[in-house]
Design a protein around this ligand. Structure first.
Ligand SMILES: *Cc1c(COP(=O)(O)O)cnc(C)c1O
Length: 345
């Protein structure tokens, strides 16, 4: 087999959900947008449902199809993008709960699906999704008279505990929602870690379930090993790969490894990323190409048959740091071409 091997640990996902749930006294949902942050939403929701999770969040209505297919009618499926034109059939047939983001969405929802459950998303300063203070003031009475299942907002800087934006948004959220009676939610993974005043009635962790920062204690949920296809020795002065971007400064042993930017190994990692042969770090040398990496294994001892890109030696966030990005992006770009082995519940 010449594809990379991606090992997905659903027991770790469930353990992470439980750990985050244990940090609060309120209900804990699970965010499974972007195909469960790249791990496979159907498998992830099945494991979490077994563990007792009854409320899921997706970004767009289409993402709910796989979840309903897997779990049937029981769980609540909430949609962050709300009720867009064209979503009505899916929202009705799959019994989805849209988080309405604007007066327009609220009006449209009440008009085309009267009596159908909905939530409301408020903007408390991030300026991305949700009704602002004045809009909410204009429609709150109407919206609340229809019994929304949730009133929520989202924190922009929750991964930085000391950022003044956190208390600013918390204050705004309280101003907009204190006394309303409907269940409230403000915290994603970062918000859970900020402490009880951010928890309200429901938290919505995503990345922490999948082993990513800012949940530093998370159990890792993925491992990625890439097979070595070929090994060659190059003399001092020889060049490797596209654009001749690397030249050997000593006699070197180069492994050509299956995996490239088409698999979510960013081209920016050219001459940057580290892979591991056991505990021995081996640098990517030359360009990351579509399907292949070249790696300096001169110091790896015996010729490796595979190299680890994500594993105990190097977390998703370690790799993200080398690529100038965040764990979220590494996870959601994990290639579709890998041989995926999902184990656990
Ligand atoms: C993605 C998202 C979440 C989950 O955030 P994490 O940082 O992954 O825990 C929660 N709420 C909203 C509105 C989101 O867009």
């Amino acid at each position: 087999m010449s594809t990379g091997r991606l090992i997905i640990d659903l027991d770790a996902v469930v353990a992470n959900w439980r750990a985050l749930d244990d940090m609060t006294t309120c209900r804990t949902a699970a965010v499974v947008k972007a195909d469960g942050y790249g791990l496979g939403a159907a498998n992830v929701v099945k494991a979490l449902f077994k563990a007792g999770v009854r409320q899921f969040f997706v970004a767009v209505a289409e993402e709910a199809i796989a979840i309903r297919e897997e779990l049937g009618p029981k769980p609540d499926i909430n949609v962050f993008s709300g009720h867009m034109k064209g979503d009505t059939d899916l929202i009705r047939e799959l019994r989805l709960t849209p988080m309405l983001n604007s007066v327009e969405q609220l009006t449209q929802h009440l008009e085309v699906l009267p009596g159908h459950p909905f939530g409301v998303q408020l903007d408390t300063g991030m300026n991305r999704l949700g009704m602002e203070m004045q809009e909410w003031a204009a429609v709150a009475e109407l919206a609340l008279s229809q019994g929304p299942t949730l009133v929520m907002s989202h924190l922009a800087c929750a991964d930085e505990p000391d950022h003044p934006m956190n208390t600013y948004q918390l204050d705004n959220f309280r101003k907009m929602t204190d006394g309303i009676g409907a269940p409230r939610s403000l915290a994603a993974t970062g918000g859970i870690l900020l402490g009880p005043e951010y928890h309200f009635d429901l938290t919505r962790p995503g990345v922490g379930l999948y082993g990513g920062l800012p949940f530093a204690q998370a159990a890792p949920a993925v491992e990625l090993d890439l097979p070595v296809i070929q090994i060659r020795d190059v003399a001092e002065g020889e060049v490797v790969g596209y654009g001749n971007s690397w030249q050997a400064e000593r006699p070197s042993r180069i492994a050509t490894v299956s995996g490239g930017y088409a698999d979510g190994i960013f081209r920016f990692l050219s001459d940057r990323a580290t892979l591991y042969h056991g505990n021995q770090p081996c640098k990517v040398i030359g360009r990351v190409s579509m399907d292949l990496l070249t790696v300096d294994v001169t110091d790896a001892g015996e010729a490796p048959t595979k190299l680890t890109l994500i594993g105990p030696q190097q977390s998703v966030d370690d790799l993200a740091a080398q690529a100038g990005t965040i764990g979220y992006e590494v996870l959601t770009q994990l290639g579709r071409r890998y041989s995926r082995k999902t184990f656990g519940k």
